[in-house]
Ligand binder design. Structure first.
Ligand code: NDP
Length: 300
């Protein structure tokens, strides 16, 4: 099965240990970085741009920097004041596009009001767009062409592959249709030959639909929305949600309730979250290889 997991008592789903899978993936990435440095004298570089002082964003950026450095990558963090103009940000991105030491560029979201997110995403060189949010990369994914895929759905796919190497014919239900998570997740599952249903806020009888899922991915942003009677017995449930509930962080799935019926389930925290950062590092290494016309390693 190749996946680190916690076996539990009868009637309780297996808890998918995203932290352990992410650690293994980061080790594999670190190994490939060593090869790039040792054999090719190339040091993969990731530039992260943070505009403003949103506390959650600051934590995310600090984590990305720490993990990048730990995997042997070079990290360039650009912290800009919250009143930064759109032109100033675009100018920095154009400079990073040209910088040969930078192979991946990520702009931390959300951006302050004076900056138009869509414009910013269009300016990043698609070859360096390690968040996979440029329309060229979205189009590549939709057309079945190689490109950079958003990190969270890529992390979910990696977790799924560890459980079911062959997903062909399974019914996957994705709840949420954002460009960041839901839509690319659905595309990836389609590529795995799943039958894919995408649900969202206008979907009537949502529990009826989610109950049909062999694979259920929930990316909504509503604390503990999904209950046990929304889930088919034995289903694989991936919970992407990160919601602050008082001092606690909870997912979009009622973990204690759903665990009694699911076959496999990700916890929050410690499930999908750690996979997102690991996949960001993986995307940076892949982008670096492509930019240097080297074979992109299979990272797992
Ligand atoms: P968005 O707010 O962009 O999208 C949420 C989606 O959920 C929308 O498509 C919306 O539908 C749908 N939705 C909202 N309410 C309901 C409902 N009651 N029933 C069904 N569908 C609903 O969020 P993101 O996709 O960016 O993120 C989703 C969650 O994942 C958030 O909690 C976020 O914090 C978390 N996240 C976690 C990451 C990680 O690393 N683990 C990374 C990225 C996000 P509609 O389109 O109709 O409005």
């Amino acid at each position: 099965m190749g996946m680190s997991e916690q076996k539990t008592t009868a009637g309780q789903g297996v808890v998918i240990d995203g932290k352990a899978v992410a650690k293994k993936l980061r080790q594999s990435i670190a190994h490939h970085v060593e090869v790039l440095v040792g054999d090719h004298k190339i040091m993969p570089g990731l530039a992260v741009v943070l505009v403003g002082d949103d506390p959650a964003s600051q934590i995310y950026v600090a984590n990305k920097e720490k993990m990048a450095v730990a995997a042997g990558l070079r990290s360039y963090v650009h912290r800009l004041p919250k009143n930064t103009s759109q032109d100033a940000l675009l100018e920095l991105l154009r400079k990073l596009n040209k910088d040969k030491k930078v192979h991946g560029i990520l702009v931390q979201m959300p951006l302050p009001k004076q900056i138009d997110t869509a414009t910013v995403l269009r300016v990043i060189d698609p070859a360096k767009d390690v968040d996979g949010l440029h329309i060229e990369n979205a189009g590549r994914l939709a057309s079945g062409l190689p490109g950079l895929v958003p990190c969270t759905p890529l992390g979910c796919l990696t977790l799924l592959r560890g459980i079911v190497p062959n997903m062909s014919g399974l019914h996957a239900v994705v709840v949420g249709r954002s460009n960041l998570v839901g839509k690319p997740m659905a595309q990836l599952l389609l590529r795995e030959n799943c039958t894919v249903t995408i649900a969202h806020s206008r979907t009537p009888q949502l529990p009826h639909i989610t109950r049909q899922a062999d694979i259920l991915v929930v990316a909504v942003g509503k604390p503990q929305l999904v209950k046990a009677d929304w889930v088919k017995p034995g289903a694989i449930v991936l919970d992407v949600g990160i919601n602050r509930d008082g001092g606690r962080i909870v997912g979009d799935v009622d973990f204690d309730d759903v665990r009694g019926v699911a076959g496999y389930i990700t916890p929050v925290p410690g499930g999908v979250g750690p996979m997102t950062i690991a996949c960001l590092l993986g995307n940076t290494v892949a982008a670096c290889c492509r930019q240097n016309e080297l074979t992109v390693p299979e990272l797992r």
